[in-house]
Design a protein around this ligand. Structure first.
Ligand code: AOF
Ligand code: ZN
Length: 346
C-alpha cells in the first residue's frame, strides 16, 4: 500500500480545518476496507467537535471498517475530552491496522493512544511522512511543548528589502495575486498583529476575527481607523498612560523600554488570552523587534529595486555588528505569484 500517498490525503483533509480548530491540531483521516479500497474520509472540522477518526468512522455502518486500515496524521487520542477516545472507537469498529504520521505531543495522549491500539491487537505503523505531519501541526507542537504562541511574520518588499519609498509611498509593491495569497495565509492564524505606525501610514482594514495592535502612545484614531471597525481588538499600550474608554476594544497595559513595548510581554499575554498563533503584518520597527521570537516568515519579494538608503526596510531597528548575529532561517518553500515570489522561511 502507498501509505505516503494516503497520508498526503490526510494532510490535505486536515487543512480543511485551518482557522477553525485552534487550539486543537489539524487532523485528517482515511479509512480503507479489508481490500484496501477507500471507504471513508474525515477531518477535525471545528474546535470541540468530532476528531478526524470519529468523523470518518461515523460515516460508516458498524461493521463496514472491519479488518480495514485507518490512516491518520496524528496518533489517535486515548482520553475523554470533548469527545470519547478515538482509539476506543477504532477498536470497536474492528480496524486491524492503524497508520499514523506522528505521536501526539499532548501529554495526556503521548503514546497512550498507540499503546491502547496495540494492546487490542491492532497493528500500528508509525512515522509515515513524519516531517510533513509535524510541519502541518507546527503551531500545536509549539503550544503544547513550549506553552507559547506561534509567531509568523508576513512582509512584502522589493528585492532590496524595502517596503516603502522615503516619502512613505508603498502602493503597491506586490501584485494582486500576491495580495490574494496573504488573505489565505491570514486564515491560518488565530490573530494578526500590527502597529500604530502601519495604521497611521496605510489605514489598512486587515480583515480578521482577532486583531492585536501595538500602540504604545495610544496615538491611532480608535474611532475612525479602518482596522477598528470589526473583529475582537486588543491594543497594547505603555502602562504609564491611560487608555480611552471605547467599547469593543480591549486595552492591555504593558511595560515598555527603549521606546518599545516588550515583545516577550505581548507574546505571554497573547498565550494567556488563548491566541495560539499570530501573524505579524507591520513595518520594520515591529518586525525587527519581534524577529528573535519569530518561528516563520512569509516574505513576498517583488522584482523591483528602490536603491535608496532612506527608503523603509522590512526589518529594522536591530543592532547587528557581525553577520553571525543575523537571524538565520531555512528556506521551506518558494512559490511564484507572478511577477512576484513568496519565500517561506522557518
Ligand atoms: C485526534 N484526532 O482530530 C484531534 C485530536 O478537547 P478535545 O477533546 O477535542 O481533545 C483535544 C486533544 O485531542 C488535542 O489536544 C489532541 O491531543 C487530540 N486531538 N486527536 O486523535 C483529532 N483533534
Ligand atoms: Zn481523538
Amino acid at each position: 500500500m502507498d501509505y505516503e500517498l494516503l497520508m498526503q490525503k490526510c494532510i490535505e483533509l486536515a487543512k480543511l480545518g485551518e482557522g477553525q480548530v485552534s487550539p486543537n491540531p489539524l487532523v485528517g483521516c482515511v479509512v480503507l476496507d479489508e481490500n484496501n479500497n477507500i471507504i471513508s474520509t474525515g477531518y477535525h472540522h471545528f474546535y470541540g467537535e468530532n476528531h478526524a477518526e470519529r468523523d470518518a468512522l461515523l460515516k460508516l455502518k458498524n461493521n463496514e471498517a472491519k479488518n480495514g486500515t485507518l490512516i491518520v496524521n496524528l496518533e489517535p487520542c486515548s482520553h475523554y475530552g470533548k469527545t470519547p477516545p478515538c482509539a476506543d472507537l477504532i477498536i470497536e469498529r474492528g480496524i486491524k491496522r492503524v497508520v499514523t504520521g506522528m505521536r501526539d505531543v499532548n501529554p495526556i495522549v503521548a503514546g497512550n493512544g498507540i499503546k491502547k491500539l496495540q494492546e487490542a491487537g491492532i497493528e500500528v505503523i508509525e512515522g509515515i511522512l513524519e516531517n510533513e505531519c509535524k510541519r502541518l501541526n507546527e503551531v500545536f507542537i509549539k503550544n503544547m511543548t513550549e506553552h507559547k504562541t506561534f509567531v509568523a511574520i508576513k512582509s512584502a518588499a522589493t528585492l532590496d528589502g524595502k517596503i516603502a519609498a522615503k516619502t512613505g509611498d508603498s502602493k503597491w509593491i506586490t501584485s494582486s495575486a500576491a495580495r490574494e495569497e496573504v488573505k489565505d495565509i491570514r486564515k491560518r492564524y488565530d490573530a494578526i498583529l500590527t502597529s500604530s505606525g502601519t495604521i497611521i501610514a496605510d489605514n489598512p482594514t486587515m480583515k480578521h476575527k482577532k486583531k492585536v495592535i501595538i500602540d504604545r502612545l495610544l496615538k491611532t484614531d480608535f474611532i475612525n481607523s479602518n482596522i477598528y471597525q470589526e473583529g475582537d481588538i486588543y491594543v497594547f499600550y505603555d502602562e504609564s498612560l491611560n487608555p480611552p474608554d471605547i467599547q469593543n476594544i480591549h486595552f492591555i497595559k504593558a511595560p515598555a523600554a527603549n521606546n518599545k513595548i516588550k515583545p516577550e510581554y505581548v507574546l505571554e499575554k497573547l498565550y494567556e488570552l488563548g491566541i495560539m498563533s499570530v501573524l505579524i503584518e507591520a513595518g520594520g520597527h515591529l518586525n525587527g523587534s519581534f524577529l528573535d521570537y519569530t518561528d516563520k516568515i512569509y516574505q513576498f519579494i517583488a522584482p523591483k529595486i528602490i536603491g535608496d538608503n532612506s527608503a523603509l526596510s522590512a526589518y529594522d531597528y536591530r543592532e547587528v555588528k557581525k553577520i553571525s548575529d543575523a537571524k538565520t532561517f531555512n528556506v521551506r518553500l518558494i512559490k511564484e505569484f507572478p511577477p512576484d515570489i513568496l519565500v517561506v522561511l522557518d
